[in-house]
Write a protein that binds this ligand. Sequence first.
Ligand code: URA
Length: 239
Amino acid sequence: MSIRLDKYVCGCGAGTRTEVKKLIKNKRVSVNGAIVTKADTKISEDDVVRLDGTVLEYSRFIYIMLNKPDGYISATRDDSQKTIMELLEERYRNMGLFPVGRLDKDTRGLVILTNDGDFAHRTLSPSKHISKTYFALVSGDVTEKTAEIFNKGVTFKGFTYKSAELIIEGKQNGLTAVRVTIYEGRYHQVKLMFEAVGCRVEYLRRVSFGEIELDEKLEEGTYRPLNEKELEYIGRIKK
Ligand code: URA
């Protein structure tokens, strides 16, 4: 692999492309021990690149866990609405990140952002059966009968949603607190499944994506890179 030095340094999270170009120009970046001042110098993964003497670790792909708040759309850009990209620091905005699957504007919780198109593509494959679990507060009559219906699969407005698991957790302010696990990712799926049984989702938060659980320490609007265990799971999906 051969890559431009500024792209490489950027990929290590050292700054935006403009910032990185300045760092290079200001003689702060070295390749294999020699200062390099040209941003378009071609380097390979075997080269040792240092910023102010500290070795930079290049990872080809980035994976971030974001706790999405209400009011942001799951898009990379939009002319009028706030996007989840606006929650990221500047340095993450030039790395070609995109969300793996979309949450509605008013849905909160776990979103994985990456620049790994192959991983994103594989998660969509029905053969992978990647589970997505949501915590929801629902108005209307949610009973064990609803759980049975979800378990059999729901047909509504021309779509058949495959078997889903519904666990009733209790009541909260007159609403029913539930956990729903689905194995597809259709548009408005959880809301439409409840609508099919005459109920309405009033609050929705994704709490897990396959084996990756939303980190309880992440406040809404904040994010962190996936940890080793989570990355190991990503590696298994990609096999
Ligand atoms: N189901 C929905 O209805 N909305 C989401 O955002 C995710 C799943």
